[in-house]
Design a protein around this ligand. Structure first.
Ligand code: ATP
Length: 601
């Protein structure tokens, strides 16, 4: 049930992206690390001063001296507090800036994704990346990065202060290095794959749930509920296993890290006691070293805490970057424009395959003259829709070229392409918004008269004029839901307003009952007079009314000519026409269910 997943960036790409961010935001980064360092340095005075106080009390001193040391201690704590606040603020601003840039890149990439890629991958993976992965990255960037920067700075400086106070006592902390390094390496080796696998299970779950919700009526009608519940149970079990795996990694890592944090303080007290009695270290050194080691526990624990979040964030970053790495299927060049004097649509030696080695279109040569009506007919799976999409500039042909006025469709800037050619299918989306917004999508500044005229052109004014709020009527999910034929008429009205020179209609009127479809086609043809129209025909009258008919069989144009020419040629089209014509008693009545079937052709 799951679709092909979108690509995931590899570790090298994630590292190079992070290092690129580091270079481009060097000043901000230096500012964050600088403030965190100053805050840490201010914090380092505390243990040192406490050590001095203990030493002074032991050796005997005046109350004034103690007060002076205590005053300095309070000052150091206050300075540390203020600097820490600004260090965190700078860290958050840095995290937000990086996240905002990544989000914008991600949205740009998603909007530029080749349609074929989105269709292959399905919506689940993309929704999961846009929601769950962005959320994971938000936490990592907003909170994790500042916290890690502050913890690393503070950890390094505290360790340096510990070495300065007493190299002997500092050496004790080294005992914890091997076990903590080993467990961190063990964890990092497995965590990325674990989190990527977890995210993939969520993508599959969302994909399948979305399919169930979209097809809820069919699921109910065909009593597929049990099977879908089983699938969901299976997806949840897969997510559970993946979550358990990463939980297992954390369960191993955490106790070791905790132990490595606690052990040094005990060891320093023990060694410090022995060292003091033997005269190796002073009481001030033991006090300061013990406090520094305690202070070190904070950054180490922070790091261990955020390691997990950074791993989740890095897995999410790999998934988001993966989307930005998908190559575009267009190579738009602003300078490319069609020849206005000769705006014919031309396919030359076009071949196309969805899967390597399996061509679904081959050797297609076709010229559609301006203003011509061309009908494409053929058995199911012959390649009509694929050819229709290539003629509308959706995706590039694997071989050959599709041009309008001599300019390759994939090289035309998108606005120019859409003003030249548009594809109308039977999949129509009613966007949440007003009727006006829904129709004026292609021309947001269109005046109301043009919107009314477009609705009238496709016979939609009959029902839209009954709306109390007129063009301000809210449509879509949660507001007025349109029927499928109404949504289809709305999509056609959008097109009338967009005013492309060439239209490719793929089953555009298929959801209407045959009578309504014929009616709509007639009103459309009146509106679209003078335009080039390529219809993928499922009703023979569409072919009959067209200037020429292209019969597509097995990915090739098997026959091409006007209706009378093809009838005279006596080929597949003529045989189909004969069988249908005989049955319809020489007439073309509305309501005739004359779908072209593979058997008929
Ligand atoms: N996204 C896709 N991935 C892989 N193969 C595909 C994809 N879309 C279509 N095909 C295959 O390409 C071939 C041509 O399909 P296409 O939809 O263009 O035919 P068609 O003539 O329009 O059929 P129909 O009349 O049933 O819509 C078929 O074998 C189909 O299975």
């Amino acid at each position: 049930m799951s679709a092909t997943m979108l690509p995931i960036a590899d570790s090298a790409d994630v590292r190079s992206y992070a290092s690129d961010i580091g270079k481009r935001y060097r000043r901000q980064l230096v500012w964050v690390v600088g403030l965190a360092s100053l805050a840490t340095v201010a914090g380092l005075f505390g243990p040192r001063l406490l050590g001095e106080i203990v030493q002074a009390v032991q050796t005997g001193t005046t109350a004034g001296h103690i007060d002076a040391l205590a005053g300095l201690l309070v000052l150091a704590i206050c300075v540390q507090g203020v600097l820490t606040r600004y260090a965190y603020l700078a860290g958050k601003v840095f995290g937000e800036t990086v996240l905002a840039e990544l989000r914008e890149n991600f949205v740009d990439s998603v909007l530029d994704l080749p349609l074929s890629t989105v269709e292959r991958a399905g919506s689940g993976d993309l929704i999961n990346r846009a929601s769950r992965d962005v959320a994971a990255l938000r936490i990592a960037a907003q909170e994790g990065i500042p916290a890690v920067l502050a913890a690393v700075t503070s950890g390094v400086l505290t360790l340096a202060a510990l070495v300065l106070v007493s190299p002997l006592l500092a050496a004790v902390t080294l005992i914890t290095l091997p076990p903590s390094t080993l467990v961190a390496r063990w964890y990092l080796k497995r965590a990325r794959a674990g989190y990527l696998a977890t995210n993939a299970t969520y993508s599959t779950m969302i994909e399948n749930l979305a399919a169930t919700v979209e097809g809820a009526r069919a699921v109910e009608a065909l009593r597929l509920g049990g099977r879908h519940v089983e699938q969901t149970d299976h997806d949840i079990a897969a997510s559970y296993r993946a979550e358990r795996y990463t939980l297992g990694l954390r369960i191993v890592m955490w106790p070791v890290i905790e132990l490595c944090q606690l052990a040094p303080a005990g060891l320093i007290l023990l060694l410090g006691g022995v060292g003091y009695t033997r005269g190796w270290v002073s009481i001030a050194q033991v006090t300061a070293a013990t406090l520094y080691v305690q202070q070190l526990a904070g950054p180490v624990s922070e790091l261990a805490n955020w390691l997990d979040t950074i791993q989740t964030g890095s897995a999410s970053l790999a998934r988001l970057l993966g989307v930005t790495q998908i190559p575009a299927d267009r190579a738009a060049d602003e300078g490319v424009r069609p020849d206005a004097d000769d705006p014919r649509l031309e396919a030359s030696e076009v071949g196309f395959s969805y899967l390597p080695g399996r061509e679904v279109l081959r050797d297609i040569d076709l010229t559609v003259r301006p203003g011509e009506r061309l009908a494409m007919v053929g058995p199911s799976g012959a390649g009509k829709s694929t050819l229709g999409r290539l003629l509308a500039g959706i995706g590039a042909p694997g071989r050959g070229r599709v041009t309008v006025g001599g300019a390759s469709l994939i090289e035309l800037p998108l606005d120019e392409l859409r003003s030249q050619v548009a594809l109308v299918t039977q999949e129509h989306h009613v966007f949440v918004g007003t009727l006006r917004e829904n129709v004026a999508l292609a021309r947001p500044d269109a005046p109301d008269e043009d919107i009314h005229a477009a609705l009238a052109a496709v016979d939609a004014d009959a029902w839209t004029s009954a709306f109390d709020d007129g063009l301000d009527t809210r449509l879509g999910s949660g507001a007025l839901e349109l029927s499928a034929p109404q949504a289809q008429q709305l999509a056609l009205a959008r097109l009338v307003l967009a005013d492309p020179k060439i239209l490719v209609l793929d089953e555009a009127t298929a959801l209407l009952d045959p009578g309504a479809a014929r009616h709509l086609e007639r009103s459309l043809s009146a509106v679209l007079d003078g335009r080039t129209v390529i219809s993928i025909a499922h009703r023979l009258h569409t072919a009959h009314d067209a200037d020429r008919v292209a019969v597509i069989e097995d990915g090739r144009i098997a026959e091409l000519g006007s209706h009378p020419e093809l009838i005279a040629a006596g080929g597949a089209y003529a045989r189909l026409w004969d069988s249908w014509h005989g049955a319809s008693d020489q007439t073309l009545p509305d309501g005739q269910t004359d779908w072209l079937s593979s058997e008929a052709l």
